[in-house]
Write a protein that binds this ligand. Structure first.
Ligand code: GDP
Length: 145
């Protein structure tokens, strides 16, 4: 069991001015912020991040959405991080998300759902390295990847 996961506050979360509220929910749930930045993804970078979905009908819409404004990727640490964070954000479709979850509180739709969370320990490591270099993780937080 890994203690790391990657969150991304997606462009709609930034447009809705929710950075503060969302990070508060995350830290109140016991996660520690180990690294954070604001970035604007390129189409290539977004396509690489979501490569698993490249055959899906919504892939182009997903890239348009994820490149429509800045994102805030956050490397998080907590025991059982991946599963606990998925629970905190709720189902992909906010209509199906449990009360109190970040998507239930703030997301408009299945497509525009304000936040990402890694779905496995293996992907958490890959996704953290998509946004943060090994050197900066080591310098900022003492993370060894
Ligand atoms: P997640 O792990 O809960 O984020 O969900 P998925 O891995 O299934 O999908 C990745 C992201 O693609 C979601 O968070 C949505 O932003 C987007 N997405 C999922 N399903 C759809 C869809 O049917 N249409 C569109 N436009 N976007 C979708």
């Amino acid at each position: 069991m890994s203690n790391r996961t990657l969150a991304i506050i997606k462009p709609d979360g930034i447009r809705k001015n929710l950075i503060g509220q969302i990070i508060t929910k995350i830290t109140e749930a016991g996660f520690k912020v180990k690294a954070v930045k604001m970035v604007k993804l390129t189409k290539d970078s977004a396509a690489g991040f979501y490569e698993v979905h490249k055959e899906r009908a919504f892939f182009k819409d997903l890239l348009d959405y994820m490149t429509s404004g800045p994102c805030v990727p956050i490397a998080l640490e907590k025991e059982n991080a991946v599963a606990d964070f998925r629970k905190l954000i709720g189902a992909t479709d906010p209509a199906e998300a449990e009360d109190g979850t970040i998507r239930k509180l703030y997301a408009a739709s299945k497509a525009e759902n304000v936040i990402h969370g890694s779905d496995s320990d293996e992907n958490a490591a890959i996704e953290i390295l998509h946004f943060f270099s090994r050197k900066e993780l080591l310098d900022i937080s003492g993370y060894q990847f």
